[in-house]
Design a protein around this ligand. Structure first.
Ligand code: AMP
Ligand code: ZN
Length: 469
């Protein structure tokens, strides 16, 4: 399996630190609002990478943080007159709902910055002890960027060419810094801000230190893969490398993966530009599986322009797969319970060609666009290979292949048949009649059948009422 590594700017063969295991850290969202579909891109593409590695047999330890202390969270809390934790907890809960709706698996751990302050203080202290950080008069602690010689190795920037920039550098007065390139590790509290005790001042951590600390705590000093959107390469990831490698004396992450932007009219979708759709907005118009399919129809490193036409194309594409599986389910209802014919066995062998194609695409830096093409080819092959005379085992085998490959992409294509309201009413009617006839076994059976479909019955004085769970 090859992964494009931002460090070397090349595709490299993936060799894990420990055989059979992958440690992976993905920078998560700052929780002050509903996530937009740009934020959903790294969630979807790295979840797909994780699913593929799990499919290949790796045990993946996947960590993704919630940044729950930040200027924007504090501003929103002040606007609403509530504690910042009220804002962050609210949007963490909403983000989890969106992730579930997008079929993004929960991380092994989702650490929150505010629960890891002690670890951040420890790392900052050791950076000061090792001469990589210093305290300014007001208690701000800065990382001494020039003390870390390889600085710039990820973003391929030269230390001398670098101009100060990035989120953390804007927070405190530049004049206190020994060098404009230095960045904040800890900063003093301001009026109305949450703060923690520290050896330097009452205050809060800079943004970059949280990922260095959480990654070390949950995955160790050296990890296999660190990932996030390409806007994080500089300064966030460059600063994470400087902090972690200066503190631990070891290479922080072997492979750095970055997703391209989700754009609108060729401009990055972002909250500050106001050109965004939340996942919720899109969920009102489309099944969110369509959004997932749309994201995977491009390579994760390419920019991707969001448009109604492309969503329409994604919807049609996904439908082709779902329809094929629905058709297989239909055929399976009356299929013959017999051994496979020689012809059917041959077709099963031929279908493997598409699975090989799928794997080759995914092994090539998670090329989901080509992997989805392989699913389409498989679907076409299956559609022309099955009929009302097919053996049940044959149909099952074909269906399993389509469902397996779709599942690696996190696409749910085996739609359980939805029970219609009219069918429910009919079953309830039948249950009433069974009860009248004192056929309680049948009445209970109907209740159980409905319960299995998530339908809850309630016997009231006005008659039987029902609702979907
Ligand atoms: P933030 O909450 O801004 O820190 O972003 C959380 C994650 O979403 C980071 O990995 C960002 O790089 C990523 N991200 C934000 N906007 C976009 C976008 N328009 N396209 C792709 N990724 C994005
Ligand atoms: Zn991070």
């Amino acid at each position: 399996m090859k992964i494009y590594n931002t460090l070397s700017r090349q595709k490299e063969e993936f060799v894990p630190l420990e055989e059979g295991k992958v440690s992976m850290y993905v920078c998560g969202p700052t929780v002050y609002n509903l996530i937009h579909i740009g934020n959903a891109r790294p969630m979807i593409v790295f979840d797909t990478a994780r699913r593929y590695m799990e499919h290949k047999g790796y045990a993946v330890n996947y960590v993704s943080n919630f940044t729950d202390v930040d200027d924007k969270i504090i501003r929103k809390a002040n606007e609403e007159g509530v504690d910042p934790s009220v804002i962050s907890e609210r949007y963490i809960a909403e983000c989890r709902k969106d992730m579930q709706a997008l079929n993004v698996k929960p991380a092994t751990v989702h650490p929150k910055a505010t629960e890891e302050i002690g670890g951040m203080i420890d790392m900052i202290r050791s950076l000061i002890d090792k001469g990589h950080a210093y305290t300014a008069q007001d208690g701000t602690v800065y990382f001494k960027t020039r003390s870390f010689k390889p600085y710039g190795k990820l973003s391929h920037k030269n230390l001398d060419d670098l101009r100060s920039g990035g989120r953390s550098l804007l927070v405190s007065g530049e004049e206190q810094k020994q060098d404009p390139l230095d960045f904040v590790l800890w900063k003093p509290k301001k009026e109305g801000e949450p703060y923690w005790e520290s050896p330097w001042c009452e205050g809060r951590p800079g943004w970059h230190i949280e990922c260095s600390v959480m990654s070390r705590k949950y995955l160790g000093e050296e990890i296999d893969i660190h990932a996030g959107g390409e806007d994080l390469i500089f300064p966030h990831h460059e600063n994470e490398i400087a902090q972690s490698e200066a503190a631990n004396g070891k290479e922080f992450a072997k492979y750095w993966m970055h997703n391209g932007f989700l754009n609108i009219d060729n401009k990055k979708m972002s909250k500050s530009e106001g050109n965004f759709f939340t996942v919720r907005d899109i969920g009102e118009k489309y099944d969110l599986q369509v959004l997932r399919f749309f994201m995977l129809s491009a390579h994760y490193r390419s920019p991707l322009n969001f448009s109604a036409e492309l969503m329409e194309a994604a919807s049609n594409g996904l439908d082709r797969i779902v329809t094929s599986v629905t058709n297989l389910n239909f055929l399976l209802k009356n299929a013959q319970d017999r051994e496979m014919t020689e012809e059917e066995k041959k077709l099963i062998e031929e279908a493997k060609e598409y699975i090989v194609k799928f794997d080759e695409a995914m092994d090539d830096d998670f090329n989901t666009a080509d992997a989805i093409s392989a699913i389409f080819e498989l679907v076409k092959f299956v559609n022309t290979s099955v009929s009302g005379d097919s053996a049940s085992v044959f149909l099952h085998a074909m269906k399993d292949e389509i469902v397996l490959l779709s599942d690696i992409c996190g696409l749910i294509v085996d739609k359980k048949e939805e029970i219609l309201d009219t069918q429910i009413e009919e079953l309830i009617q039948e249950r009433q009649e069974a009860r009248k006839a004192r056929n309680f076994a049948r009445a209970d059976e109907i209740r159980d059948t409905l319960a299995a479909q998530g339908i809850i019955l309630e016997d009231t004085r006005e008659g039987v009422k029902w609702k979907r769970a």
